[in-house]
Design a protein around this ligand. Structure first.
Ligand code: AMP
Length: 619
């Protein structure tokens, strides 16, 4: 995967000439956007009409794949070969989706309940990743047609509650569609960015993003602090949305026309026609106070207030979710500084009104609620492209990053929860005389011993000029750019020799792994401390052994035979104890050696000084 070039001198990401697109891969509809003349802009279909691409994939008997409007038309005529709502299946096992299998018109299949679901279309099986990739391919083509050049880089949004499996599945779908997914962004974060919220990194604020689509409702509470978007709480209902409004309104229409609702429900085509009629009446009522509808040949007039009464319990359910999210975040409605509306169903004036009452303020609704997430994804893409230089710190490091030092100890250079971009450096030296190479092994994790952490990579700093142990000054710098790419650079400062590697630290690690690593570090804290103390004692002893040997060699003439023999016996004793696991014994052997050799060292030093002074006149 190509890395984004970084301009190290400026500490900024270099501009890439290629347009990075922002993609909202939605449950019902998907969109693709990019920054055009400095403003985010959703790309329309070839006819220049619609920005929404229905997230529907149809397989024709000839094996052709249709995506979008053409596929949606097949939902009624050929439901078994027409796949919708695939987002609900991303990263899920059959066990996860068994409950709502009946909701889907196609066949979800798996013989092993714990493995990821597959979807059966005729005699072939598809993973949700492959099907999502079809939708992404269609979006990629749309962008390429508009831009007139290939598009290979994208930012894709996912719900804030998506776990790592679901995020990884989305990333994989992108890769399958030929897209390098530079970042997976939370949908509420993107919605905020579309309104420019969070772009002022000096401001801290808490916002709510209310997202009511066709089939799902999500509320997210975000804290934005110095350009970082922290998800404080999410809540919602995965089966609540505009479709439920349509059903409620369909019942109302039938009632007003004097029909029995059961009679209609048994006839699929009639039920479908009624549902479509209800949706168009609903949309009309978003603009007008009253509207006429045709119900099975009968004309009825519906008042907006009647519709509002019908959907009141549904809207109340969304507000209950908001209250739960606030409670989880430990906040009150008055603590929310801004409210952003997302999703087509927030066009319903009654929804807007109830949300405004609940939070005690007018929500942000200036942008098209269907487009707002894609527009924000385009803003994020533009930031990643390096086009908005003063921005943007979007992430924190999930786990500490460091290197292995002598004895397998983890030396943390960037602690967990540090804001990125970040640069941190520390100086090290060699432990052996004349050491020419230094292996730098980079780890991620919270444990004291690297063996319990996750290795990210290693490299060798070679060509260190021969110097006595302790003299080289080796600076190890960790640099994480805004895209989460870690560069580790090692430089011997006296000679200037230098090596570096690039690592993507956050990838491939699941949230479960991360949680486990953090829990382990707490559970093993005492054990780790003991292990660290033992290793430190061993390291000190090793250093002392080397120093002792050197002392004997260099001062052979100044020491008596007994002094040399006794020193050697102390060194031997220490050497024998080192492999044991009793740090106190190592410490006491170190102490004995030190006590015996300290007077000898003083005497040798005096002699050396005397010798150095001989023949030199003191002015
Ligand atoms: P989304 O999933 O965000 O695309 O939202 C789609 C939902 O928004 C569907 O239930 C639509 O019926 C609904 N919707 C779209 N436009 C309007 C409108 N003008 N008034 C009310 N609902 C709408």
């Amino acid at each position: 995967m190509p890395l984004i070039p970084i301009n190290m001198r400026e500490g900024a990401i270099a501009r890439t000439e290629e347009t990075i697109v922002g993609i909202d891969l939605g449950t019902t509809n998907s969109l693709v956007a990019y920054i055009k003349d400095g403003k985010p802009h959703c790309i329309r279909d070839a006819a220049g009409k619609h920005t929404l691409v229905p997230s529907v994939v149809h397989f024709t008997p000839e094996g052709e794949v249709l995506v979008g409007d053409a596929a949606r038309e097949k939902l009624i005529s050929d439901p078994a070969n027409t796949i919708y709502s695939v987002k609900r299946l991303m990263g899920k096992s059959y066990r996860d989706v068994a409950d709502f299998q009946s909701f889907l018109g196609y066949q979800v299949f798996d013989d092993d309940t714990d493995s990821l679901v597959k979807i059966r279309v005729r005699d072939r099986f598809f993973t949700p990743i492959e099907l999502s990739a079809e939708i992404l391919r269609a979006l990629k083509r749309r962008a390429e047609t508009e831009l007139g050049r290939p598009v290979s880089k994208a930012v894709i949004t996912v719900p804030a509650y998506f776990n790592d499996n679901q995020r990884q599945a989305t990333r994989d779908a992108g890769r399958l569609a030929g897209l390098d997914v530079l970042r997976i962004v939370n949908e509420p974060t993107a919605a905020a960015l579309a309104y420019g919220i969070g772009l002022d990194s000096t401001h801290t604020e808490t916002i709510a993003v209310y997202d009511l689509g066709g089939g799902t409702f999500d509320i997210s509470i975000l804290k934005i602090h110095e350009g970082m978007f922290e998800v404080l709480a999410t809540n919602g209902d995965t089966f609540l949305g505009g479709d439920d409004f349509d059903r409620a309104l369909a019942d109302l229409l039938l009632q007003q026309a004097g029909f029995n609702s059961d009679a209609v429900a048994s006839d699929k085509a009639t039920a479908q026609a009624l549902r479509l009629q209800a949706e168009s009446v609903k949309k009309a009522l978003s603009k007008a106070d009253t509207c006429e509808g045709n119900v099975l040949g009968k004309t009825v007039r519906i008042q907006r207030t009647d519709f509002e009464r019908a959907i009141e319990p549904l809207v109340q359910r969304t507000l209950d979710c908001c209250a739960n999210a606030l409670r989880d975040a430990g906040l009150q409605p008055k603590d929310i500084e801004k409210v952003v509306l997302v999703g087509g169903s927030t066009r319903v004036p009654f929804v807007k009104q109830r949300v405004a009452e609940f939070f005690g303020q007018q929500p942000f609704d200036g942008l098209d609620p269907d487009e707002v997430v894609a527009l924000g994804a385009a803003v994020q893409a533009d930031i990643l492209a390096g086009n908005q230089r003063d921005l943007l710190l979007l992430d924190v490091t999930p786990l500490s990053l460091g290197i292995e030092t002598v004895g397998g100890l983890m030396d943390v250079i960037i602690p967990r929860n540090s804001k990125v971009p970040i640069r941190a450096a520390r100086q090290y030296t060699t432990s052996v005389d004349g050491q020419k190479n230094l292996k730098i092994a980079v780890y991620q994790g919270e444990r004291d011993l690297v063996q319990h952490n996750r290795k990210l990579g290693e490299f060798i700093l070679s060509g260190i000029p021969p110097m006595p142990a302790g003299l080289p000054k080796i600076e190890i710098a960790f640099i994480i750019n805004a895209d989460g790419i870690l560069t580790v650079r090692a430089k011997e400062l006296r000679s200037g020799i230098e090596q570096q590697i690039d690592i993507r630290p956050a990838y491939g690690i699941t949230e479960e792994d991360m949680a486990r690593m953090l829990m382990d570090s707490i559970a093993h804290a005492a054990e780790d401390m003991r292990a660290r103390a033992l290793l430190e004692a061993r390291n000190e002893a090793q250093t002392l052994l080397l120093a002792g040997e050197k002392f004997l060699q260099q001062n052979d003439a100044l020491l008596s035979e007994t002094e040399k023999a006794t020193t050697r016996s102390f060194l031997r004793a220490l050497q024998e104890i080192i492999p044991g696991d009793d740090k106190d014994r190592i410490h006491s052997a170190i102490q004995q050696l030190n006590e015996y050799t300290a007077p000898l060292a003083r005497r040798v030093m005096d002699a050396t000084i005397r010798e150095a002074m001989q023949g030199k006149k003191i002015p």
